[in-house]
Design a protein around this ligand. Structure first.
Ligand code: THU
Length: 134
């Protein structure tokens, strides 16, 4: 996608803001909006481990909190410094499946390798609004 390098750069900046004292595993994410905004999110852990928020959800919730909606989001990046590329966890897939377009590019990188995917591929046959007749 256009401006992929800048999107990745912002996601790596978000990674530097991760609060991960328990796992030490830092994740950064960035949502790029069609009007040119870059909205950052990092994983924010908690001593009550289950209260942790992943980077993907931090970024997409921040975007929605600013008033952006699915149609206004051009793409998203999720980055780590792990050996292998990390893909979004199950909870994030469920959330992103509703809040991003099915074909919206999601760029994953560990700084060495980069791949592009989307929610249609990451969570096919998802439970969603249609199941609630919405
Ligand atoms: N984490 C993310 O931020 N995104 C993912 O997709 C996978 C996991 C975070 C949660 C926790 O802070 C740390 O990585 C280890 O699980």
């Amino acid at each position: 996608m256009k401006d992929q390098e800048k999107l990745l750069e912002k996601a790596f900046l978000a990674l530097e803001h991760a609060y991960a004292p328990y796992s030490g595993f830092r994740v950064g994410a960035c949502v790029k909006t069609r009007d040119g905004n870059y909205i950052l999110g990092a994983n924010i852990e908690n001593a009550a481990y289950g209260s942790t928020n992943c980077a993907e959800r931090s970024a997409i919730f921040a975007a929605y909190s600013l008033g952006y909606r699915r149609e206004e989001i051009e793409g998203m990046a999720v980055v780590t410094k792990a050996e292998e590329i990390t893909t979004p966890c199950g909870a994030c897939r469920q959330v992103l499946s509703e809040l991003l377009g099915q074909e919206t590019p999601i760029i994953l990188s560990n700084g060495k390798e980069t791949m592009e995917t989307n929610m249609g591929k990451l969570l096919p046959d998802a439970f969603g609004a249609k199941d609630l007749d919405k």
